[in-house]
Design a protein around this ligand. Structure first.
Ligand SMILES: Nc1ncnc2c1ncn2[C@@H]1O[C@H](COP(=O)(O)OP(=O)(O)OP(=O)(O)O)[C@@H](O)[C@H]1O
Ligand SMILES: [Mg+2]
Length: 436
């Protein structure tokens, strides 16, 4: 962590030093992911870091991997409702035995069936009946952000096993009576204006109306062009891809194609979960976003392609005067094994994507300088509008391609009840306090 650790972060750190598991919540921009980086750097003992999606894992950039690959869980079209059906793979067993801490970021997106399977596998691997076989857990996220992906054909299964079709990690059976204490980070770093923070609070609570809605809608472009270097954020992947293609097509010059190289574990990662596309199409003058940290840039840095070479490109970063060379980058997938880390796969590609537009899903975890929220048809999941708006540092850096309505700020009633329960002193594994 480059910044000084705050008092509230310090308290959580102490809990972990004492080997007590923590559920760490906090609004967007409260430094949750920065805190994870701090834990990885400073904690004595072996730490494994995972996230529900490859994108979220790569945003963390601390050797984080997906939950599926850490636990060697195969993809399943029918969920993970019966943990005993899933074998404990030897590599996962070795990893789970060898670590002291398990950190999971973006837990709002973790399904309870997956979490229960993780817990079961950890117990089996460590030969202990304690919660996660006695591993110390740091679960981090914000339930007001993106929810788990649950398909409509799975609703009935979730209702049967977890009582709700809109199930969350806090519904996991293994969390009931688990030794897990909830903490919240309250100081927001990404946004400086307390007024903007208040508006974001209204959006995350699903109560965007009146003056606050008018104020956000005051950011509508009304046909005017947005600042040239704004990132378009949309709920729809097809819309983001279309916008990126359109902008690339509109540029003069010849398209260059760079082909990525997958090895080992990376062979099974879905195309849209790769950090940079397998077929990266670029032209001179294209706006790009970096997808890893490197010499002179960080994951999320924006720039313009200045020159295209056979094996690399030159990019002029925003705010800089001189273009820098960018060659192929190798993302490795490593797992701790005994005393060392073993590489299980790699992906080589120029660490860039077209940077005109991105889905909300892809922006989760990021901080952006200037954004255009492109509503397209509508926001369709709870937390989407909140995630999109909270990427910006200030209200002035937000632009709307069209006005939004109060129904775009969707919040899940179960999340609101759970968080309110925690605020009133409830425990982490009990979602249903209002009925008791
Ligand atoms: N202790 C700190 N002091 C100053 N700035 C900080 C601190 N912690 C984080 N930041 C800055 O605040 C911004 C948001 O941090 P971070 O991405 O860790 O937040 P987050 O809680 O993980 O947000 P999200 O929920 O959107 O993932 C970053 O630009 C980061 O550098
Ligand atoms: Mg984060």
């Amino acid at each position: 962590m480059t910044q000084a650790i705050t008092e509230e972060q310090c308290r959580v750190y102490e809990e972990l030093v004492q080997k007590r598991s923590v559920l760490l919540l906090g609004a967007a921009g409260t430094g949750k992911s920065e805190f994870i980086r701090h834990v990885c750097k400073n904690m004595a003992g072996k730490v494994a870091v995972a996230a529900p999606t490859a994108m979220a894992a790569m945003n963390l950039a601390v050797g984080a991997v997906t939950i599926h690959s850490l636990f060697q869980i195969p993809p399943s079209a029918t969920g993970y409702f019966d943990a005993d059906l899933f074998a404990l793979k030897s590599r996962a067993a070795e990893v789970l035995k060898s670590i002291n801490y398990l950190v999971v970021d973006e837990i709002s997106m973790v399904r309870p069936d997956l979490f229960d399977l993780m817990e079961n596998l950890a117990r089996r691997a460590r030969g202990s009946d304690n919660f996660f076989g006695g591993l110390c857990l740091l679960l981090v996220g914000d339930f007001h952000q993106l929810p788990p992906v649950i398909r409509s054909d799975e609703f009935e299964l979730f209702r049967r096993h977890y009582g709700h079709s809109n199930a969350f990690l806090f519904d996991a059976k293994s969390l009931r009576d688990a030794p897990l204490q909830a903490f919240a980070l309250t100081k927001i770093f990404r946004q400086k204006s307390s007024h903007f923070v208040k508006i974001l609070g209204a959006v995350s609570g699903g109560k965007l109306c009146g003056r606050m809605l008018t104020e956000i809608n005051g950011r509508a472009l009304n046909g005017n062009a947005p600042p040239k270097e704004s990132l378009i954020i949309t709920p729809y992947r097809a819309a983001a891809e279309r916008k990126n293609e359109e902008e690339l097509d509109a540029l003069p010059g010849i398209i260059h194609e760079y082909v990525g190289r997958r090895v080992g574990t990376f062979r099974s990662i879905a195309d849209d979960e790769l950090p940079s596309p397998e077929r990266l199409l670029l032209k001179e003058g294209a706006t790009v976003v970096f997808t890893c940290n490197g010499a002179g840039w960080v994951n999320g840095s924006m720039g313009t392609v200045r020159r295209l070479g056979k094996n690399g490109v030159e990019v002029l970063l925003r705010g800089r005067k001189k273009a820098i060379p960018v060659g192929s980058h190798s993302w490795t997938h490593v797992l701790p094994n005994g005393g060392e880390c073993v590489e299980t796969g790699s992906y080589g590609q120029i660490p860039l994507r077209l940077g005109y537009a991105m889905t909300v899903h892809r922006t989760q975890g990021k901080t952006c300088d200037s954004i255009v929220i492109q509503r397209d048809r509508r926001f369709f999941a709870h937390g989407q509008l909140y995630v999109a708006l909270s990427r910006a540092r200030s209200l002035d850096s937000i632009h709307l391609s069209e006005k939004i309505s109060s129904s775009d700020a969707m919040a899940d009633g179960r999340v609101l009840a759970y968080c309110e329960n925690l605020r009133l002193g409830g425990v982490a594994g009990k979602p249903f306090v209002h009925n008791q």
